[in-house]
Design a binder for this molecule. Structure first.
Ligand SMILES: [Cu+2]
Length: 212
């Protein structure tokens, strides 16, 4: 409250500033809204990809309006990380047994995990389109400064995404790994099975969690 008051003092239009501040404070978790549904995904590292990235995805849902907050630690810093809601699979994260051999290395590509988590329905971008068409819009995904993703955006989900979330069939996947510890997306695993113009390290899953 001390912060709010000082902000209000600075602003000449105090009468305008106060309701705005109050609204954003309430929006912190959306839990005060009537009819809100809350879903959480514990994001676990995809260890077969030599990833230690882990964290949490939280989704507050009011009809099709979703506030999505994601926090991930220990992910490759300063590189774009595609993040999606996948649907239409088993509603699960893949296991090490789903991994394939890529450029002679055992790793889990995005397609290796398809039976478990399904295809991309929602691209959790930082701005603009959030459909599957933006699945690899690498200039509109978080870049994890310091190895941390801290994401918070409110946008409209498709009917299919909402239905999948409600029926325990939606999985949050954070992509982009550093398999060989080189500090960048390199060629150790060969080209991506999603886009041969990208290295596979840029698109393989780093962390995954089903929304419940
Ligand atoms: Cu994905």
């Amino acid at each position: 409250m001390r912060h709010l008051r000082s902000v209000t003092c600075v602003m000449a239009a105090a009468a305008v500033a106060l309701p705005l501040a109050a609204a954003s404070a309430q929006a912190d978790d959306w839990s005060g809204y009537h009819g809100v549904e809350k879903y959480t995904a514990d994001l676990a590292p995809v260890t077969v990809n030599n990833s230690q990235a882990s964290g949490t995805a939280e989704v507050w849902l009011v009809d099709n309006d979703a506030r999505i907050k994601i926090h991930v630690d220990d992910i490759l810093a300063d590189h774009p990380h595609a993040q999606h809601i996948h649907i239409g699979g088993r509603g699960e994260c893949p296991t090490d047994y789903d991994a394939g051999i890529h450029n002679g290395q055992r790793a889990l590509s995005t397609l290796d995990g398809l039976d478990a988590y399904g295809g991309v329905e929602t691209s959790i971008t930082t701005e603009g389109d959030t459909s599957a068409a933006s699945a690899l819009a690498i200039d509109r995904f978080p870049t994890a400064p310091g190895g941390v993703i801290s994401y918070d955006r409110t946008f409209e989900l498709s009917d299919a995404a909402v239905e999948a979330i409600r029926s325990d069939n939606a999985v949050v996947v954070i992509h982009g790994i550093d398999y060989d510890g080189s500090g960048t997306y390199g060629d150790v695993l060969g080209p991506s099975d999603l886009d041969p113009e990208l290295p596979m390290e840029a698109t393989n899953p780093a962390a995954c969690g089903p929304l419940r």
